[in-house]
Write a protein that binds this ligand. Structure first.
Ligand SMILES: Cc1ncc(COP(=O)(O)O)c(C=O)c1O
Ligand SMILES: *[C@@H]1O[C@H](CO)[C@@H](O)[C@H](O)[C@H]1NC(C)=O
Length: 275
């Protein structure tokens, strides 16, 4: 969050306008809506890839910055970064992409035309569920504008966290490849399974019956994590609010770690058997 806030405070002037996607990281969205507004900064939230709305906002406002998570969390909507970057740049707006869910191995937004890319290093980059940190990459010109702000906010990385991140990154490509393969194989295994359906209660029972993954938020670490957004990240939303943003009662978010695929699959199948 320190990195996200530093970018917003450094690059959006008072009276500026921010465009963000509707399913961008919730805390960041709340910051834009409730705190930036106090500085006279206005914001519009658009649907991912709704180019017509984006074009309209760009034409009618002096947009300083476009901000999106891609893939989004937890719905995994993906942005056409190249197309959005071309459109935003033609109106003088910077493009800022939170690429935490893809990891730097699976998506490189700067190559696709974005100006700034953010990673919550708490996730894949550190990978061991023991560090809170973040990073922003972009041109030297933009980064030098952001640098002083993260000191002002008191959010520089502490040395022991920096050390753990450097150590963790050496195996990033190996871990992401394993996590990637596990996720794809699991999707194939489950897409035709007759018990993958159910209501809020059945889903809670399934999650509680799992023995390997930890029930927790966050993602991208060595240990598999599982969570049911309707009763965890979005516990304080009404059913109607959740439905509006696409959080179904029976939605489960897995973040696979680097355990053996066979062990994870056996665990999921035994928990399904309990339903
Ligand atoms: C997509 C995304 N971006 C940013 C963050 C914020 O990360 P941190 O906890 O490292 O501040 C999160 C946290 O869950 C996230 O999911
Ligand atoms: C992850 O899986 C996707 C889809 O199969 C593939 O395109 C990508 O190259 C994979 N990445 C790694 C690091 O294996």
């Amino acid at each position: 969050m320190g990195a996200i806030v530093s970018v917003l405070l450094s690059l959006v002037p008072p009276g500026g306008h921010v465009v963000a996607t509707k399913d961008s990281y919730w805390e960041a969205r709340m910051f834009i809506q409730n705190k930036l507004s106090l500085m006279g900064i206005t914001a519009t939230f658009v649907d991912m890839n709704d180019m017509d709305s984006l074009k309209e906002v760009l034409q009618n406002n002096k947009v300083s910055l476009f901000y999106a998570d891609s893939p989004s969390n937890p719905l995994l909507n993906c942005l056409d970064i190249r197309k959005v970057s071309e459109l935003c740049h033609s109106h003088g707006a910077l493009v800022f992409i939170d690429s935490s869910l893809a990891s730097p191995i699976n998506q490189k937004p700067l190559i696709l035309g974005a100006d700034l890319v953010l990673h919550s290093a708490t996730k894949y980059i550190s990978e061991h569920h023991d560090v809170v940190g973040g990073c922003v990459s972009g041109s030297e010109n933009l980064i030098s504008k952001i640098r002083s702000c993260h000191y002002d906010l008191g959010s520089p990385l502490v040395p022991d966290a920096a050390y753990m991140i450097i150590r963790g990154m050496k195996t990033l490509h190996l871990r992401v490849e394993t996590q990637n393969n596990t996720a794809l194989k699991m999707a194939h295994l489950l897409e035709k399974h007759p018990r993958v359906a159910g209501d809020l209660q059945a889903t809670m029972k399934f999650v509680d019956s799992l023995r390997l993954p930890y029930i927790a938020t966050s993602f991208g670490g060595c240990e598999s994590l599982v969570q049911q957004p309707a009763v965890m990240s979005f516990w304080d939303y009404s059913a109607a609010e959740r439905a509006k943003i696409g959080i179904k009662d029976n939605m489960i978010r897995f973040s696979f770690g680097i355990e053996k695929f066979e062990d994870l699959a056996a665990d999921i199948l035994q928990a399904l058997q309990k339903l």
